[in-house]
Design a binder for this molecule. Structure first.
Ligand SMILES: NC(=O)c1ccc[n+]([C@@H]2O[C@H](COP(=O)([O-])OP(=O)(O)OC[C@H]3O[C@@H](n4cnc5c(N)ncnc54)[C@H](O)[C@@H]3O)[C@@H](O)[C@H]2O)c1
Length: 398
């Protein structure tokens, strides 16, 4: 790797990250990579990583390339060498950590969903607004916006290539809960996760629908279900989607699946399905958008591809065609490999870091903001409210 001339090196941006398991590893990779792939106005430095267990957090620091390890996130968010706090913990600690970091004068990146409740998300959005007046930025980790094919789909829609939108259809299907013996990790407990497939997968689906359409949902009608209501209690630690259980059992307190329809502000209709019970579907985030001039379709399991049907072409030769989104003039691609040399899941975290570093250096508001994260939270709350009333149409407060 080329040695940088220290005279010409950009100023540094010290990162402090809390949580070091699934998202901790993914974000570490993003922070490690971003300055070596893109020319950045600030150079991210992996200053400190935080967790609760001293030996485990030290091991994570060594593995992922962080200089210091902290066992108290409060100490991490006030370190002088940290200018940005990256929150990679379960939802029950997002509000406390993010608000403390903002009040300590730091920029914040917070994993999705922004919080476990609308009240927490409101407090976070207020703290972010106060911090913005002091020149700080806050962003939510809806990383799928940074898949090049998704960012390109947004560009096509914003350019009017689909015309007026009629349908936005998003399904996010996984299957790691099909086995009733899969243990009760934090993702299955309301006090830690806020909700189940809804907040875990549905939050991404809602964010993408609104981002791509460029407009908010105004109301929803929903059904949710918990198919397996009791599971083995955890035996030991869990990481991401891996865990093992013991003999004792406990109550599942979140949904296994959520299905809902919605209306977008323009009158377009949307439909959503979020489940961790779809056998054979590993990370199938699929979407299709139909407009008066054309349609787009995408599947995260083939994330370098975007399907586009241009309805203005002669009917005889029109049809869905596959765009391989690896050209230099596709979003983010100029910095990567030659056309056809595909990207993967982890690149979304590098792109997320790229966009956030630019926003900080340029003093612009990054997207998705905490205000956008709060609005997604309001949609999730409306889905739960509607499901409790057997799918009664529930407006989403502005
Ligand atoms: N953007 C995505 O694609 C994506 C994917 C998975 C998870 N997530 C989100 O990322 C967050 C973390 O999920 P994960 O899969 O990495 O979970 P995980 O269980 O793999 O890791 C959680 C980490 O947080 C630490 N932790 C938990 N409570 C803590 C506390 N109070 N103080 C300090 N550390 C604490 C744990 O020790 C662990 O290191 C969640 O909000 C989740 O919804 C996002």
């Amino acid at each position: 790797m080329e040695q940088r001339d220290s005279e010409a090196a950009p100023p540094t941006l010290g990162i402090g990250m809390v949580g070091y398991a699934f998202m901790g590893a993914a974000h570490s990779q993003g922070w490690r990579t971003v300055g070596r792939v893109f020319d950045l106005p600030l150079r991210p430095v992996l200053a400190a990583i935080g967790g609760r267990d001293a030996a485990a957090v030290r091991a994570a620091a060594d593995r992922h390339g962080w200089a210091a390890a902290e066992t108290d996130w409060r100490a991490l968010v006030t370190r002088d060498d940290v200018q940005l706090v990256d929150v990679c913990t379960p939802g029950d600690s997002h509000a406390e950590i993010a608000i403390a970091a903002l009040e300590a004068g730091k920029h914040v990146l917070c994993e999705k969903p922004l919080a476990n409740s609308v009240a927490e998300a409101e407090a976070m959005a207020s703290a972010a607004e106060r911090a913005a007046a002091r020149g700080q930025v806050a962003m939510v980790g809806f990383n799928y916006r940074r898949v090049p094919a998704i960012a390109y789909a947004r560009r096509l829609i914003a350019d009017g290539r689909l015309g007026a939108l009629r349908h936005v259809r998003v399904t996010y299907l996984q299957d790691w809960l099909v086995d009733p013996e899969f243990p009760l990790t934090w993702r299955l407990e309301r006090e830690h996760a806020g909700s189940g497939a809804l907040g875990d997968l549905g939050a991404h689906a809602v964010d993408l629908a609104q981002y791509l359409a460029g407009e908010p949902l105004v109301g929803v009608s929903a059904l949710t279900e918990t198919f397996v209501r009791e599971r083995p209690l955890l035996a030991g630690a869990s990481t991401g989607l891996s865990a093992s259980g013991g003999a004792a059992r406990g109550q599942v307190t979140v949904d296994d699946a959520a299905l809902f329809t919605g209306r977008l502000a323009s009158g377009a209709l949307a439909s959503f399905e979020a489940t961790r019970m779809a056998s054979g579907r590993k990370n199938a985030l699929r979407l299709e958008i139909n407009g008066e001039l054309g349609s787009l379709a995408f599947d995260l399991e083939r994330l370098n591809e975007l399907s586009f049907h241009d309805n203005t072409e002669p009917a005889a030769s029109a049809g869905f065609r596959r765009i391989l989104v690896t050209e230099a003039d596709h979003p983010y691609l100029a910095a990567w490999w030659p056309p056809g040399h595909a990207l993967g899941y982890e690149h979304t975290f590098t792109h997320q870091a790229h966009d956030l570093v630019h926003a900080i250096a340029e003093g612009t508001a990054p997207a998705p903001s905490f205000a956008e994260g709060l609005q997604v939270q309001r949609v999730l709350a409306a889905v739960e409210e509607s499901a409790e009333k057997n799918a009664v149409y529930t407006p989403i407060p502005l």
